[in-house]
Design a protein around this ligand. Structure first.
Ligand code: G4P
Length: 192
């Protein structure tokens, strides 16, 4: 999506270790036009896919997921991150290791909110190694729900998480696909 790529080029800051800082438009301060357009683009991409629910994970994925939910007219469920593995109640839970942050957590949703009849679209701000995405896929599996696919604001293609999922037959859409960020220069993947 042109608006996402232009914003990344204008505002994104490449940090050491292949991390892109997007706090001025996506992760902390949120640009309203970009948010609205991102939700509409995700809705356009998944039009006709029968999506009944959007699933994301706290915290930074919630805004774009909510925008997509408004555009698609479907509810948005966000998984919570619990440090402890013994979470009480009737929940679906799966362990996730974040390579980016070097942390472990349990991704948790209430069993009542994700059910066997759901067709889920996974939405997040970033797709890097794909650990968060795989956690959400496991929650969908545990619920017995169906997976329509995934949509992310920014995919860092060079980290391989997106292509690994595509090889497994999962539809993955990215609004900004970053091929490389070597020497601070951001290059986008060209359309297939
Ligand atoms: P991982 O396997 O390296 O953990 O990557 P994954 O694709 O699962 O993304 C996990 C987390 O890493 C996400 O945040 C994502 O926002 C963040 N992330 C990955 N690469 C970048 C980057 O280049 N820049 C920024 N700003 N974030 C990045 P999270 O764990 O869900 O935490 P939160 O920020 O949403 O609270």
């Amino acid at each position: 999506m042109r608006m996402m790529e232009e914003m990344i080029l204008r505002e994104g800051v490449v940090l050491p270790g292949g991390v892109l800082k997007v706090g001025s438009f996506l992760n902390q301060l949120i640009d309203p036009e970009l948010l609205r357009a991102s939700g509409e683009e995700i809705a356009r991409l998944y039009d006709g896919a029968g999506v009944t629910k959007i699933l994301t994970v706290e915290a930074s994925g919630i805004a774009i997921a909510a925008s997509a939910g408004v555009a698609m007219g479907v509810p948005v469920l966000f998984a919570k991150k619990h440090r402890s593995s013994n979470v009480d109640g009737d929940i679906l839970s799966t362990p996730v290791h974040s390579f980016t942050h070097g942390t472990d957590y349990n991704m948790v949703v209430s069993r009542d909110y994700l059910t066997g009849g759901d067709v889920c679209l996974l939405v997040d701000d970033f797709l890097a190694n794909g650990a968060a995405m795989r956690g959400m896929i496991e929650l969908v599996r545990l619920a017995g729900a169906r997976l329509a696919g995934a949509a992310v604001a920014i995919e860092k293609v060079f980290q391989g998480g997106g292509d690994a999922l595509r090889k497994e037959g999962i539809r993955v859409e990215a609004l900004g696909k970053i091929e490389s960020m070597e020497n601070g220069v951001i290059r986008f993947a060209t359309a297939d």
